[in-house]
Design a protein around this ligand. Sequence first.
Ligand SMILES: C[C@@](CO)(OP(=O)(O)O)[C@H](O)COP(=O)(O)OP(=O)(O)OC[C@H]1O[C@@H](n2ccc(N)nc2=O)[C@H](O)[C@@H]1O
Ligand SMILES: Nc1ncnc2c1ncn2[C@@H]1O[C@H](COP(=O)(O)OP(=O)(O)O)[C@@H](O)[C@H]1O
Length: 267
Amino acid sequence: MIVFPNAKINIGLNIVTKRPDGYHNLETIFYPVKIKDALEAITAPQLSFSSSGITIPGDKENNLCIKAYELVNSDFELPPLKIHLHKHIPIGAGLGGGSADAAFFIKLINHQFDLKLSVEDMQNYARKLGADCAFFIENDPVYAFDKGDQFELLELDLSKYVIVLVMPPVHVSTADAYSGVKAEPSAESLKELIKLPVAQWRDRIKNDFEKTVIPKYPLIGEVKQALYDAGALYASMSGSGASVFGIFETLPPLEHLEAKSSVFYNV
Ligand SMILES: C[C@@](CO)(OP(=O)(O)O)[C@H](O)COP(=O)(O)OP(=O)(O)OC[C@H]1O[C@@H](n2ccc(N)nc2=O)[C@H](O)[C@@H]1O
Ligand SMILES: Nc1ncnc2c1ncn2[C@@H]1O[C@H](COP(=O)(O)OP(=O)(O)O)[C@@H](O)[C@H]1O
């Protein structure tokens, strides 16, 4: 069976408080976008993992697909699988690519072996693998809170806009990005702000990571400015970076950005 895990963007991200477990409570909007990996699993004499496309840092054994397999396998006796991942979603981009692979793999296993796991069961497995992993089980736009792993479904349809994702040649570690921020309760809830017209988001909706990540990696700020210069109604870094997205009314001319960065069009 083959599945196509997609990325997400964060529209707004407020880091609200630091938790006793070292994590942070946040509020953010997760919105699925169409940039995708391809992930295939077939039964085989032994468990194996291979990948193609973008090189994934770290050992194969630590790949989130293997972690997802081991987690479900601790409760069910699964047959060994030959797993292949074609990696297309930029890594360390704030696009949740690794989490998407893990969540889609849980869904694949559930379907392929008829485990009859509920959405909640699958979300509970996913939460153990990463804070944003559970989002990808339902994969619908949500307002997320707590560790970013609790959700309320949101009426948000951006399909009439063109969303452009730009990945500058910069890698931001999520853990480092969190260690640089000062948690602060937000004055206005993102749940309310997101109801404003997209053209008003620029002055009202922020990503708290930008304050510390952009000074460290100025190229991210330059890309964001270039998206506004090209006519974006709203532009922001996604998650802990380094990718930046722009929301446009029509397809913008962005060839000049392609020299330094990878550019993806969510159309
Ligand atoms: C920042 C966000 C925003 O959507 O996304 P990305 O930029 O990674 O895509 C997420 O909170 C990332 O979620 P995820 O990538 O699953 O994080 P995890 O693997 O669970 O955690 C990586 C590290 O980030 C920090 N962390 C993560 C989530 C959170 N609510 N508070 C934290 O402090 C912890 O130091 C943790 O060790
Ligand atoms: N299937 C996977 N795809 C991408 N990264 C993975 C995967 N499994 C494990 N990782 C590890 O997770 C780290 C963060 O990956 P990713 O999810 O792309 O970043 P982000 O959290 O910024 O969206 C990578 O550096 C990599 O070592």
